[in-house]
Design a protein around this ligand. Structure first.
Ligand SMILES: [Zn+2]
Length: 68
């Protein structure tokens, strides 16, 4: 998957903490060269897989169920 690499450091700086194991930085526009902070989103590996293979609606559903 394209969403791994040095942009993690950009996100870590913005969060003010290190990313945990299992956290993935996703590119909202699916362009791994666009490392602007508003294009980056931290997801768990599981959420990331859902987003890429099943889409954004499936991710929203997953998060909703998790919080109930
Ligand atoms: Zn991604």
């Amino acid at each position: 998957m394209a969403c791994y690499g040095s942009h993690r450091r950009i996100v870590e700086k913005s969060l003010g903490r290190k990313l945990k194991k299992g956290e993935v930085v996703h590119h909202r526009d699916h362009n791994p060269k666009n490392n602007e902070i508003r294009n980056l989103e931290v997801l768990t590996e599981k959420e990331h897989n859902i987003l890429h293979f099943r889409g954004l609606n499936a991710l929203y559903k997953f998060r909703k169920n998790k919080n109930e």
